[in-house]
Write a protein that binds this ligand. Sequence first.
Ligand code: FES
Length: 274
Amino acid sequence: PGSRSGGSMDGGVGSPGRAQIPSRTLRADRWWVQPVVTFTLLTLWLLYALVRTASQRAYFVEDYHYLSPFSSPCVSASCVPAARDFGTWFGEFPPFVPFALLVLPFLLGFRLTCYYYRKAYYRAFWLSPPACAVAEPHARYSGETRFPLILQNVHRYFFYAAVVVSAINTYDAVKAFHGKDGGFGIGLGTLIMVVNVALLWLYTASCHSCRHLVGGRLKHFSRHPLRYRAWTVVSRLNTRHMQLAWTTLGTLMLTDLYIALVASGALTDLRFYN
Ligand code: FES
């Protein structure tokens, strides 16, 4: 086994039979830009989400029924009563506990086991490998064949949960067509919530598990024209899965931020009707 920068490696790229290349990579381009950008953006997003969900503040605009996706569904006694559309399932939450505790594990599980995010964080956080044709610093490589990474296979079940959560977010967006006097109304917040939820559905529908669910295990597409049709649409969306993954992180953050600004009084909602 050859020795290379990063220590001697008996497995992975150091395995017998592999080309013995003394340098870590022969790539001359700036291959490290992508993992650095991914690392920075994901870390910033997680910090924002952590601060916002732990703060338990400015998550609801009662006048227009804007509920932040970071606090939905709000089903604890700590939630403002008007935000508890699905009832009160729990008592008071202690400080720093996210109001959306009920769905957060499923949402995190969905994104964490997502095929795109796996690629992103394996590269950016675990450097395994940091980029194509760049040797990883780890001596061993077992892929996703062992615990804990074998658990990534549960992704399909998180997909089912994500469909339910997207339905809850849709309900919230519909409720956001709410005017100050209690009737129908539309504001900028309504539009932001609708765009966010539409993109969330696109992200969910473009999931690899969804694609398999819709058109997988079929021997003859010609005998299942409807499923074939659906599979074609999902396949087309699926090619944009990475873009949708990032866009929805952006719209989720924007939706929460806008609601936080209006709820705290820093911003007045732009009203188009009522
Ligand atoms: Fe990304 Fe399923 S959500 S692959």
